[in-house]
Design a protein around this ligand. Structure first.
Ligand SMILES: Nc1nc2c(ncn2[C@@H]2O[C@H](COP(=O)(O)OP(=O)(O)O)[C@@H](O)[C@H]2O)c(=O)[nH]1
Ligand SMILES: [Mg+2]
Length: 282
């Protein structure tokens, strides 16, 4: 719960049997997450057994694909704040307060995995992926005159219910370049958003999307074509625009006792700093 708003985390799962349990528990441990929805996308045998007993709700999407799974999660939650993540150990539940804090200002908070100090040892974010993501993001920033963009493929992000509902009829991509379509539709609907650095850790098990150079190369080009399709106006649809942001910018209520992030901040203040050995950026 954050400022009286229900918070849900959506985990698409395909091949994360060995990390999914710990991922779910890490997100719940923040005390800020009301619901974890696992979207089983024909996942590895044994996944459901790992999810059982964690408190997460498991649903099933038969149509294969990263986009299919995330859309299924979106269609099956009534939360006010919806966080996309992955249960492969790469993203940290401890970043939830950061996403929530920015959600007070903007309806959509995107993560970036390319900030050097947030890339953990062993993370799949070598030179090619890091600078490739950065370059396509910068191209997009320039073409659409957006706020700072430094990553195209970060799953970890937050959408308010209002923004998700506005975009949903326009989200059609069921494969791995679903993430950039959200960005394109945000721009097309003029939904305010911001990008913030989030931790990116080593993956448990094999990556099936960006694990090989050629898969990542192909995905990169699909993203570039998608951005140009939108830029050239080839995706023409009727859209309801977000109300003028600066005249309707929400002014958050002052912090109160039960408010999630503030309660967490107080609790953190009272705890000793974590042991430095847990911090091993690249
Ligand atoms: N490869 C693949 N991943 C899927 C599929 N459906 C959902 N996913 C999820 O997409 C996310 C990204 O996949 P992953 O292998 O971690 O790729 P990476 O994040 O680029 O390293 C994971 O959470 C998967 O569970 C699918 O059909 N194929
Ligand atoms: Mg992953």
């Amino acid at each position: 719960m954050h400022r009286g708003k229900k918070v849900a985390v959506i985990f698409p799962t395909y091949n994360e049997k060995d990390s999914i349990r710990e991922s779910i528990l890490e997100y719940f441990s923040t005390g800020l997450v009301d619901e974890v929805i696992v979207v089983n996308n024909n996942a590895a045998a044994g996944t459901s057994e790992e999810v059982a007993g964690t408190g997460a709700r498991e649903i099933f999407e038969r149509r294969q694909g990263y986009g299919s799974a995330l859309l299924c999660g979106l269609d099956n939650t009534d939360a006010d704040l919806i966080i996309f993540s992955e249960p492969d150990g790469t993203f940290s539940g401890l970043d939830v307060p950061k996403l929530l804090a920015y959600s007070d200002d903007v309806p959509v908070v995107l993560g970036t995995r390319t900030s050097r100090q947030f890339i953990w040892r062993g993370a799949n974010m070598g030179l090619f992926l890091r600078w490739g993501n950065w370059a396509v993001a910068k191209m997009t920033e320039l073409l659409f005159n957006t706020t700072i963009l430094t990553d195209m493929g970060c799953t970890h992000r937050l959408l308010s219910r209002e923004a998700a509902q506005l975009l949903r009829p326009h989200l059609t991509i069921r494969g791995s370049h679903f993430g950039p379509q959200i960005l394109m539709e945000l721009l097309a609907h003029q939904v305010p958003f911001v990008e913030i650095p989030l931790n990116y850790r080593a993956r448990v098990g094999e990556s099936s999307v960006t694990g090989s150079f050629w898969k990542a190369w192909k995905l990169g080009w699909r993203m570039i074509f998608l951005v140009w399709e939108y830029r050239l106006g080839l995706v023409v649809r009727e859209r309801t625009l977000w109300p003028d942001y600066l005249s309707t910018k929400p002014v958050p209520e002052p912090a109160h006792e039960g408010s999630g992030v503030y309660a967490l901040a107080r609790a953190v203040q009272e705890q000793p700093a974590p042991a430095p050995k847990t911090l091993t950026p690249q």
